[in-house]
Design a protein around this ligand. Structure first.
Ligand SMILES: [Zn+2]
Length: 224
């Protein structure tokens, strides 16, 4: 089997609502990764692109989408001491627990900001979450019951990068491509056009031996 997981970072409000709508059109669940401080202060951005608030995330969950932790803030965890990184991660998980109904850390994939991690964090993550998502070759082997590290990649010029990696996966018999994407149209870092996403999903959902699934679903399917 081949899988493609789209992993949407940062949680801009408009892009989130649009992404969910597009995924729903194809009967798919979207998977979002959010920063708790930004979610707490969702409307305080000065450039007219607010983040989604906790109400939106609760609704996303109710509609079948998935919301994962991406940090208390966007600190690069490889650039701070281990205890500081752990403190920020635990605070993020604690805020999820308080503010997102039904949050279960055993079903959470921590999406590393800047895709940055350290060997110490890699070893520690399984004690606090199900898995973590740092940078690495974005085509992963199919997971097993002990998979905790899910490699991903991303690019500012996102559309050609997506197509290139998807073609690579389609040339293989099996594999799991995990794509770190951000927002739609003119929001966020390295956005993709809504029309591009719709065309892409139209194509991907008709190909044989390929499933577009959230990363947590792929993990759960292969956990036994
Ligand atoms: Zn981010």
């Amino acid at each position: 089997m081949r899988y493609i997981s789209f992993s949407w970072d940062d949680g801009f409000r408009r892009s989130t609502l649009r992404t969910a709508e597009i995924f729903e059109k194809f009967g798919l669940r979207a998977e979002f990764n959010i920063i708790t401080d930004w979610t707490d202060n969702a409307t305080l951005r000065s450039d007219d692109t607010p983040f989604a608030d906790w109400g939106v995330w609760a609704e996303m969950k109710q509609r079948g989408h998935i919301v994962h932790p991406h940090g208390t803030n966007h600190t690069n965890k490889a650039e701070v001491p281990l205890v500081e990184a752990q403190k920020l991660i635990l605070h993020c998980l604690d805020t999820f627990d308080k503010k997102l109904p039904g949050f279960d850390p055993r079903q959470a994939i921590f999406a590393m900001p800047y895709l940055a991690t350290t060997p110490e964090l890699d070893a520690w993550f399984p004690s606090v979450v199900r898995a973590f998502r740092p940078g690495g070759p974005p085509i992963n082997p199919l997971p097993g019951p002990n998979t905790v590290r899910i490699n991903t990649g991303g690019a500012e010029d996102c559309e050609p990068w997506l197509l290139e990696n998807i073609e690579q996966l389609l040339a293989m018999d099996e594999g799991w491509l995990v794509l770190c994407v951000h927002a739609l149209d003119d929001e966020g870092w390295g956005p993709v056009r809504s029309s591009f996403l719709e065309e892409l999903l139209t194509r991907l959902t008709t190909l044989p031996n390929l499933q577009v699934l959230p990363a947590i679903d792929v993990l759960n399917l292969h956990s036994k």
